[in-house]
Design a protein. Structure first.
Length: 434
């Protein structure tokens, strides 16, 4: 039988994914991580922690079925890298992956989405996240969607380090409503809590930090904790939106324009206060709000370690500090994954089934053969024949001919030798003597 403690993590090398791996390993789960390319992606730390690493890619369908053999729960916190196509990875790739999970009878699927994604259909990633939520809802999977706000971790490089080094930081014009930043460790614990409770099946839960912070408040906090005055350059949202509009006019900068559309997310307040994580969400996950980290504590801890390193040459934790931190994290995790007596499946949601590894292996072989046959048929199809039969060949041949004609006309003008004479001369040069 497939073990209920077997987990596959997508996006395991990311800011959140690595924390998810650690939480499940600490809880005693068997964790498998699917990475895009083991040759150029750092993953050795996952192996050192005790996870299994396999190679798989959402845009290579034939690599997906085998990754799911022996898997009970999938944690999906992956998204396209900046150099990748968001549509191909986050929509087409995820759809195929979800369908594979259905066929191979994966029992739990936890999907990390973005808060308020349905309100911004003009932002490609937000639209794709919302469409994926709806695709999951139509599937037969026992799914849970967690809509996350921003993480605290990037603020260290964006503000804390720059202010300490007297470098320029960029703020907004005050139109942004702010973000309820949360620690990635807390979010990973929310994911573990959702994956281990029946009452979260079929639910969409918004998770975030305990307080909303504007950009100016984050800068003021870093100034206070570091004792430095920030060199702030204010960038109006209107300027960023204009840049996005201009970038969208050119094919080579469309990706830049799509990423700048997140300005729209940060600059609109949607007619009210930005909400923090609700008591209902905490209760549903079974997590104590007092166990979540606050932003001032997080940045304060960073500066404490930096200043200690500057004064003593290196940072060394106090006696018993690491043991206490490890014990606190373990206690928080155990409380989060404890189901309790009131953990019951919501009406209308499918109950968990027992699945054998043999069943999953058989389905994996069938799916892999299907994907390979489709790829082979496509490669052997009429549209992929060379010498003018494919779009690529037509473009290459057409542009080569245009370049040749252009070069011939220029040479005719420069040397007063006709194109036909040039061709005859070239043929005479490259032909073998008779």
């Amino acid at each position: 039988m497939v073990s209920k403690t077997s987990v596959l993590v997508l996006g395991a090398t990311g800011t959140l994914g690595r924390q998810v791996v650690r939480q499940f390993l600490n809880a005693g789960y068997s964790v498998r991580c699917m990475v895009r390319n083991r040759a150029d992606r750092p993953f050795s730390f996952l192996v050192d922690w005790g996870a299994q690493v396999i190679e798989g890619n959402l845009v290579r369908k034939e690599t997906l079925p085998s990754a799911l053999i022996g898997v009970h729960t999938v944690i999906d916190c992956a998204t396209a890298n900046p150099e990748e196509n968001t549509y191909n990875v986050d929509w087409e790739g995820k759809k195929t992956f979800i369908q594979c999970c259905e066929k191979m009878q994966v029992q739990r699927y936890v999907f990390l989405s973005i808060k308020d994604c349905e309100k911004y259909p003009n932002v490609p990633l937000m639209r794709i996240k919302h469409l994926t939520e709806k695709f999951l809802a139509k599937s037969s999977l026992r799914y849970t969607v967690l809509r996350a706000t921003g993480f605290m971790q990037p603020l260290i490089s964006q503000y804390a380090v720059s202010i300490l080094d007297d470098q320029k930081v960029y703020g907004d014009d005050g139109t942004s409503p702010g973000i309820a930043y949360m620690d990635s460790q807390d979010c990973a614990r929310f994911i573990a809590a959702a994956a281990t409770k029946e009452r979260t099946v079929g639910k969409t839960i918004t998770v975030g930090g305990p307080k909303v912070w504007s950009t100016s408040e984050v800068i003021e906090l870093c100034e206070k904790l570091s004792g430095r005055k920030a060199d702030v350059s204010t960038v109006p949202s209107a300027v960023l939106q204009l840049t996005q509009a201009v970038a969208g006019c050119f094919e080579f900068s469309i990706d830049v324009a799509e990423r700048l559309r997140f300005v729209e997310v940060n600059s609109q307040n949607n007619g009210g206060m930005v909400e923090v994580m609700s008591e209902e969400a905490y209760d549903l996950l079974g997590v104590d709000p007092d166990n979540t980290r606050k932003l001032d504590d997080y940045i304060g801890e960073y500066y404490r370690r930096v200043f200690k390193k500057l004064t003593k040459g290196k940072y060394e934790p106090e006696a018993g500090e690491l043991e206490k931190e490890k014990e606190d994290e373990e206690n928080k995790l155990q409380r989060a994954i404890r189901a309790g007596q009131q953990d019951a499946l919501s009406p209308g949601q499918p109950a968990e089934k027992d699945v054998t590894i043999l069943e999953q292996r058989d389905m994996s072989d069938r799916l892999q053969k299907l994907f390979e046959d489709k790829k082979l048929a496509w490669l052997e199809g009429q549209e992929n024949k060379w010498f003018g039969w494919t779009n690529v060949a037509e473009v290459v041949n057409g542009r080569s001919a245009m370049m040749g004609v252009g070069l011939g006309l220029f040479t005719e003008w420069a040397t007063e030798v006709s194109m036909s004479k040039q061709i005859d001369t070239l043929l005479a040069i490259f032909s073998s003597p008779s």
